[in-house]
Design a protein. Structure first.
Length: 143
């Protein structure tokens, strides 16, 4: 846990790693348990400094980033960018969506709504309809 906290602090304090501004607050990293999501400004230097910092933590802690499971997505004004930074790292660059802790992120707001709500709502409706056919829900239920 100490390493995860130290990693987040190091990312937040590193002036060479630039995040995005949300309501005048810079966001660079989001963490939950042992999963970290970097939210960077799209500058290759920010990305390079972030990767070097993660490599330093590998050296110090013995924990390393699994780049085969890592994903990147261009967002905001950069959403049509096709650059792939540091291809030797084997990071998967997506054109439409990435998943972090069960939440889908996309450069398109409508797609985010579909992936995170509409798709799940449809699955729930299908389950409830199956329950209805087996008479496991009341007669007033309707989908």
């Amino acid at each position: 846990m100490f390493i995860i906290c130290a990693e987040a602090t190091a990312v937040r304090c590193n002036k060479n790693i630039k995040g995005i501004l949300v309501k005048n607050e810079e966001c660079k990293i989001s963490q939950y348990a042992d999963d970290s999501t970097l939210i960077l400004d799209g500058n290759i230097l920010s990305f390079d400094h972030a990767l070097k910092l993660l490599d330093e933590f590998t050296y110090i802690s013995g924990l390393k980033v699994n780049y085969d499971k890592s994903e990147a997505l261009w967002i905001g004004s950069q959403r049509d960018n096709t650059n792939i930074y540091f291809p030797e790292r084997k990071i998967q660059w997506s054109r439409d969506k990435v998943n972090a802790l069960g939440v889908w992120f996309s450069a398109t707001n409508q797609y985010i709504v579909y992936l995170n709500y509409a798709e799940r709502l449809e699955k729930i409706k299908n389950v409830l309809n199956n329950w209805h056919l087996r008479r496991l829900v009341g007669e007033n239920y309707c989908c």
